[in-house]
Design a protein around this ligand. Structure first.
Ligand code: PGA
Length: 227
């Protein structure tokens, strides 16, 4: 799955070298990012113009906390590819979280739309920190983290507890030209079946991907096998 995802992303970059990639973190896409970044040795030109936007962040953790999305992206993509100013994302400890979301929205208005958005699937159906709810939000916003998100394995890397989520909104995700959804592990069997049912509901935000014309879903065998 990771190799297929890395090769798919490399093909997209070949086609659109200055693409804006919006990247999820979490356990699922990490190996794909490593495999993509490894291609810099054979194909350095592939990464000269690419821009990267961080999808979401744990609000309240320090930027250098090992659990942050920042730490993950820095380690697997931003530093290996030496992106420097071609990387942008939420500050994890903003003085004013609403103002931070406004800053990200303004940046996306000026630099977007997203070319390729890499997403993972939450066990509760969340996309980024667009959590299951009676309604979803279109733009970057401060999110109340669900119990499922607060149990996420990323947080095992810290003793701190995030206070809130910072996330791009559903419209920003659905305005991406292409979406790559990566899903792995047996814990995603039920969520992937629910997604594939095709019923669209804000109680399962990933179901809104049915409204997008260009989604690629890559999953591993553990996630695909039926119970
Ligand atoms: P995972 O996270 O890739 O670590 O399973 C996905 C998510 O919770 O959004």
């Amino acid at each position: 799955m990771s190799r297929a995802a890395a090769n798919w992303l490399a093909r997209e970059l070949k086609r659109t070298p200055d693409a804006l990639l919006c990247l999820a973190t979490g356990g699922t896409p990490t190996r794909a990012y490593d495999l993509l970044a490894e291609k810099r040795h054979a194909q350095p030109g592939l990464f000269r113009k690419l821009r990267v936007l961080k999808l979401d962040e744990w609000g309240g953790l320090a930027m250098d906390d090992p659990a942050t999305c920042e730490a993950h992206l820095q380690h697997h993509i931003v530093q290996p590819l030496k992106l420097g100013r071609r990387y942008f994302g939420f500050e994890s400890q903003p003085r004013d979280a609403q103002a931070e979301c406004a800053r990200v929205n303004e940046w996306l208005t000026a630099n977007g739309p997203i070319g390729v958005c890499v997403l993972g699937l939450g066990v509760n159906g969340h996309l980024a920190f667009n959590e299951p709810a009676a309604f979803l939000r279109p733009h970057a916003h401060v999110a109340t983290l669900s119990c499922a998100s607060l149990r996420h394995a990323m947080l095992n890397e810290t003793n701190e507890r995030p206070k809130f989520g910072l996330t791009l909104g559903m419209a920003s995700l659905l305005q991406a030209r292409k979406i790559l959804l990566v899903v792995s592990g047996a814990s995603k069997r039920a969520p992937i079946q629910k997604l594939l049912s095709g019923e669209i509901t804000p109680r399962f935000p990933a179901s809104f991907l049915w409204l997008h014309p260009n989604v690629v879903l890559l999953c591993d065998e553990a996630a695909r096998d039926k119970e």
